[in-house]
Design a protein around this ligand. Structure first.
Ligand SMILES: Cc1cc2nc3c(=O)[nH]c(=O)nc-3n(C[C@H](O)[C@H](O)[C@H](O)COP(=O)(O)OP(=O)(O)OC[C@H]3O[C@@H](n4cnc5c(N)ncnc54)[C@H](O)[C@@H]3O)c2cc1C
Length: 424
């Protein structure tokens, strides 16, 4: 199918959601000749895409649910600096998702999920390149690699399965110990004696400005952005007629659901019960940190990333299960500051004035760590692109290309079965 019906006006695609996924999908669709409108009730990149760790990591092929994780959960929950928290009142709602999450840890499933993530995240920075060049946003992107640090070799060896998954999926890395590690990252605490350097990972120095720059290029090239909240769809005889919004209906030939953690009710209206939940995450930005790592550093103990950004050092991570309504628990962000000081002893953690800022965002999380990319049940005119969990930045450009394949009726460039909305 071409972007034009019968050689006349181009088909109109409404993309629901102005985060990294919606903006990438809209940008590729526009390049293919479709007329494209992004529908977004808030700011572009104001959701999870605002405050993440900014990593474009092909190495993020390791699913969140891994064999042996269950044993670690009680310790994580009891540790005030632990990486995981659950608001107990939310547990009944979360239980079915958790059940699926635990099942996803079966070894054959883990290998299949890693392979699918490998396909999605391959050459993340390279896949973004045409969009970045078109937006004149090269200055916002770095390809400096990524360092994962462990207290010692024993801790590294305990992670053997994760490293096997990376090797099996073609991820190259170098193990650095003691002096070699110190040379790579002089600011690192001596409590970390082993690091793994991943040369093919990249990052953006400002995720919000990065996505906004792509969106500005989209507008400049003829795309439209409309302030509205999508509510539902007009579907007649299996064909999409309009996207209904709080500002009235928008006529549409095709639509893309890219509303991140808020996509579930939209899919429900199209006959799909998708087990999407949210892992809430936090960041703290230290504006004058007194040091800057050379590349993003992932602390495998504290399970957070310290990313050098243009506004300071961003410490981002933690997983909190509390749904979409509960207020943020800013102690989670303060915890990141304490962990940052453990990782970099010279870190200036003085919170006076506005030297420190905090943020919370909703990761759109699927229990098997794989996003949903595929057509809706009620009509193939609507394509889903949500549920990217921890890898939405890394997988944004490729997801946009896959959406363009589906909307154009082309064979998708990678196998989409693992991402099917019907896999549950
Ligand atoms: C602390 C933290 C660190 C992270 N670090 C990384 C990282 O280093 N690398 C990485 O790859 N990923 C990372 N992630 C994950 C990444 O941020 C997400 O996967 C990604 O931002 C999801 O993008 P999205 O476009 O699907 O969702 P969002 O950015 O949340 O965008 C969804 C948009 O949809 C809009 N919307 C909602 N409902 C409607 C509606 N009804 N109609 C219209 N619009 C609607 C929202 O307003 C929002 O703007 C991190 C996440 C967190 C929280």
């Amino acid at each position: 199918m071409s972007a034009r019906a019968n050689g006349t006006a181009p088909l109109h695609v409404v993309v629901i959601g102005g985060g990294v996924i919606g903006v990438c999908a809209a940008s590729w669709l526009l390049r293919e000749g479709f007329a494209v409108t992004i529908v977004e009730p808030g700011e572009i990149a104001g959701g999870a895409s605002f405050g993440n760790a900014g990593c474009f990591n092909p190495s993020s092929v390791v699913p969140m649910s891994m064999p042996g994780n269950l044993r670690k959960v009680p310790g994580w929950l009891l540790d005030p600096l632990g990486p995981l928290s659950i608001r107990w009142g939310y547990l009944p709602q979360l239980a079915p998702w958790l059940g699926r999450f635990l099942k996803a840890a079966a070894p054959d499933r883990v290998a299949a999920q890693a392979k699918a993530l490998g396909d999605l995240l391959r050459d993340s920075t390279g896949v973004y390149r045409p969009l970045v060049e078109n937006a004149g946003a090269r200055a916002l992107v770095r390809k400096d690699g990524h360092l994962m640090v462990y207290p010692d070799r024993r801790a590294f060896e305990a992670d053997a399965l994760a490293w096997k998954l990376r090797s099996d999926n073609g991820i190259g890395y170098t193990v650095l110990e003691d002096d070699a590690l110190r040379q790579q990252e002089p600011a690192l605490s001596h409590d970390y004696r082993l690091g793994v350097f991943l040369p093919n990972n990249g990052h953006t120095i400002n995720p919000n400005r990065f996505v906004a720059a792509l969106a500005e290029a989209f507008l400049r090239d003829g795309g439209r952005i409309q302030r509205a909240r999508a509510l539902d769809f007009d579907v007649v005889d299996g064909r999409l007629k309009a996207v209904r919004t709080d500002q009235g209906p928008i006529p549409a030939d095709r639509a893309v659901v890219a509303a991140g953690a808020f996509s579930r009710p939209l899919a429900h209206g199209l006959g799909d019960a998708i087990p999407l939940d949210t892992e809430r995450g936090y960041h703290v930005v230290v504006k004058e940190p007194g040091l800057m790592p050379r590349a993003p550093v992932l602390d495998t103990v504290g399970k957070f990333v310290a990313t050098p950004m243009e506004m300071g050092l961003r410490l981002a991570g933690t997983v909190e299960f509390a749904g979409l309504e509960a207020k943020p628990d800013w102690n989670r962000a303060k915890r990141l500051l304490a962990l940052g000081a453990r990782l970099f002893p010279q870190l200036a953690t003085d919170a006076a004035g506005d030297r420190i800022s905090v943020w919370m965002g909703f990761r759109p999380s699927m229990p098997d760590s794989l996003p949903v990319i595929g057509p809706a049940s009620r009509t193939a005119d609507v394509v889903y692109a949500f549920g990217h969990g921890h890898v939405g930045m890394a997988g944004g450009a490729q997801t946009g290309l896959l959406v363009a394949d589906l909307v154009s009726g082309r064979r998708p460039r990678i196998a989409l079965e693992p991402f099917s909305p019907k896999r549950f």
